[in-house]
Design a protein around this ligand. Structure first.
Ligand code: ZN
Length: 198
């Protein structure tokens, strides 16, 4: 016998499929939502829908934004000759929180992983190479220090070095396999300042 109605089960299942939400949490959230005033629940679902509909990749750096060009790329205060390559928009947010980085970014949305069958054409590398046709002084590779992040860093370095553009890698000291977004700002800044030329 089913404990809940099909519709409630479906809601629990959908919540359960989100990262970090186990079965028990999914049930708790589902019942919390069902006990909320109807208008509040509609407001929440409407926000999710509107956000998803308006979000897209910045035409320049590929970060998630609701504009054609994101606020960082369109700011005239940012140094467009320094590009930091990160794996996802959360890494970009982590560096932005330090408030000390004045260059721009390029978001790959992933990393090369032969084991998972993710090759160079599966991440936004093509767009990065295109950007290097403009005047660029330095490319800072700030992919994670996981095997995939290191593989990606090496790949980009080999690809870009012949162009004569300076390629640097953020210092290790960022814990191995550590997601950049989980690291505190001081550590991030130290990694950035201690970057070495590849
Ligand atoms: Zn952008």
């Amino acid at each position: 016998m089913e404990v809940y109605s099909n519709q409630v089960n479906k809601l629990i299942e959908e919540l359960n499929s989100l990262p970090g939400i186990g079965g028990k949490s999914a049930q708790r959230i589902a019942f919390h939502l069902l006990n909320m005033p109807k208008e509040k629940v509609f407001e929440l679902s409407d926000t999710i829908k509107k956000t998803r509909e308006s979000i897209r990749y910045c035409a320049c750096c590929m970060t998630l934004t609701d504009k054609e060009i994101c606020p960082i790329c369109s700011s005239d205060k940012r140094d467009k000759r320094t590009i930091m390559v990160v794996e996802d928009s959360r890494d970009l947010a982590a560096y932005e929180r330090t408030g000390k980085y004045e260059g721009v970014y390029h978001v790959l949305h992933g990393a090369i992983s032969p084991m998972l069958g993710i090759g160079p054409s599966d991440i936004h590398l093509k767009e990065l190479i295109k950007r290097l046709e403009a005047d660029v002084d330095e490319l800072i590779i700030a992919t994670n220090s996981s095997l995939e992040g290191e593989t990606t860093a090496m790949y980009i370095s080999k690809l870009v070095k012949p162009t004569g553009i300076k390629v640097t890698r953020i210092a290790s000291g960022v814990p191995v396999g550590g997601d950049l977004e989980c690291i505190d700002e001081v550590t991030l800044l130290r990694a950035l300042e201690g970057r070495v030329e590849l």
